[in-house]
Design a protein around this ligand. Sequence first.
Ligand code: HEC
Length: 302
Amino acid sequence: MTRRVRQSPICVGLMRVTGLMWLLVANTAAGQTAEAFYASDVDSIVQGKCITCHVSGGQAGGTALRFTSSVSGNHGVFDSYVNSPTKGARANRVLSKITGGSGHGGGQVISAGSADYGTFSDYMDLLSADEQPVDPGVFRVALEEPLQGEVHTGVGNLRGWAVASEGITKVEILIDGVLAFEAPYGGSRGDVGGAFPDVAGSSESGFSLAYNYSGLAAGPHNVTAVAYNAQGETQESSASFEVVRFASPFIADPDAVNLNGASCTVSSDEISIVDARVDGSLLDLMLKWRRAEQGFEIIEIR
Ligand code: HEC
């Protein structure tokens, strides 16, 4: 359904809504406790692909797998399900059900061989493993913004977190494979601290900076965060994304944008603005709600 909006300033107000996001990017299962791995890698899949049915009152509400918003609670649900009656007894049953086997009431939710399947399989291994394997140490980095596969424009966040048992010495940022700068490291991250309670400094493991995505050429790009631990070893996390930008990388004139002659149409989670005057050009803009950013972002400039 499309609705016409008379006053363009309403649309502009919406653009200012910003917020935080909490998205952990998958890396490896090595050296993790099952619970930490669940928190960093698995819960997002459960929230996205299982909980619609596997919730009290849901289609699978009669099974033992009922999830909530509690990360540690959900891990506990899996722990008791998989390890009953014996350690790892039902690990294969979970892997079979999610791929549509064993007559799963939800059909195929994850395809065998996909990244999500690999994550579940690693998690099942961790859950089934004998108590506390010898901890070979934790070393993880996660780039959270830019968002993989999304459009970025203007000045935005470039951020994530990194933890290592030996301590993180630096986080380097590569733009399109070329070392660009070192990211300031040590920002407060209570959520990461909660996921890695045994790693010293894990609750001050954030890196974050303001980055001008419009300084890059329009089109596809890649950002990689490379974390170094005290032994000089590295771990990486990357995201490919697209830049949409105005002609100038930074519009300095405070009066450069004028929407008095513009009109806007809203539909679903998108706002389309026609005839916006930006820096002397008449442009059509498309804005879309972005959950991770908790705000609207320009995704098209024509
Ligand atoms: C569209 C609804 C739906 C979705 C989505 C769904 N399931 Fe299910 N699931 C069911 C139903 C209904 C059952 C009960 C029938 C059965 O045993 O298959 C079930 C049963 C199961 C069982 C067996 C439970 C038991 O009592 O032994 C497992 C394990 C399971 N699901 C795992 C998952 C996981 C993990 C996900 C997410 C990756 C998921 N399911 C997503 C509907 C769903």
